[in-house]
Design a protein around this ligand. Sequence first.
Ligand code: NAP
Length: 289
Amino acid sequence: MNKILITGATGQLGKLVVTELLKKVPPTSISVMVRDAQKVTGLKDLGIQILSGDYTHYQSLVAAFQHTEKLYFISSSSKTDRFGQHTNVIRAAAEAHVGHIFYTSAHRKSDDESSLLTGDAHWQTDALMKQSGLKYTILKHSLYMELLPFFMGDDVLRTGLIALPAGEGKSTYVTRQDLAAAAAELLTTCGHDYKTYNLSSPVSYSFTDIAAVMSELSGTTISYADLPEVKFAEKMSLAGHPEKLLKGTLLFCNALKKGEFDFPSSDLEKLLNRKPESVKSFLKQAYDL
Ligand code: NAP
């Protein structure tokens, strides 16, 4: 039993976790579980073991998890049966006698029905893991900073305006890169049994704060307008954006307003032994400023 197994290794976070792990352990200590081996031929060439598995196929998980000492379980991107898939993963990990499971969970403001985005799946998965008998570590990931340009749009510098129905809601944004570096640290060191880490930045930002950062970086005035939802929907529709994108953005903005992403913590900084990437440094690069 000497393997670290990464699920979701074809995804944006998973790829970075594998890269960070390779800085700390030999490729022969790493396995990845993927649905499509064609996506990871480069990893195979490096000597990483490629295992086939799908969160929806229980037996594929039991087979993939054999001889796994540490499992880095990346939450499913499924919109329809996330918890069902997570249940498969946890049960299969227990059946395969996985030594330790690390789960990429999320923050949740409260355990009532009001949680919007972080949803029940993470909450239920945390609970199931605690009952499973497995040694676990819960990694509460804050909102990815990489989502900022997606929500703010490409034309912020041209228009001088960030227009979203997000009120003064704040978030403790983190980059996938920092989360991956923290994952590599957690997977290669001891002392994390049955712990929960709040992997967020120590500072939270509203879009008013972000507009101020963008103004400073660009040397022009960038303002934030807290649009009413109806006006925002009109704007999206006029720009030809699909209904799905509107719904996703509204959900995100409402959750932001309710403080569902606002969990300042020094856990990430301690694991990294440096400051996490700041919003300023990220936006400078993202908008080429
Ligand atoms: P991503 O790029 O979409 O990657 C998702 C990964 O999950 C891919 O490797 C995908 O494999 C794999 N996957 C999906 N369904 C699977 C299944 N049934 N069985 C096995 N693997 C499956 O997502 P990401 O950006 O790396 O984010 C990782 C996770 O964080 C997401 O899945 C989501 O739960 C969560 N998330 C967090 C935030 C945040 O702000 N904190 C934002 C978005 C998402 P394939 O290549 O085969 O599709």
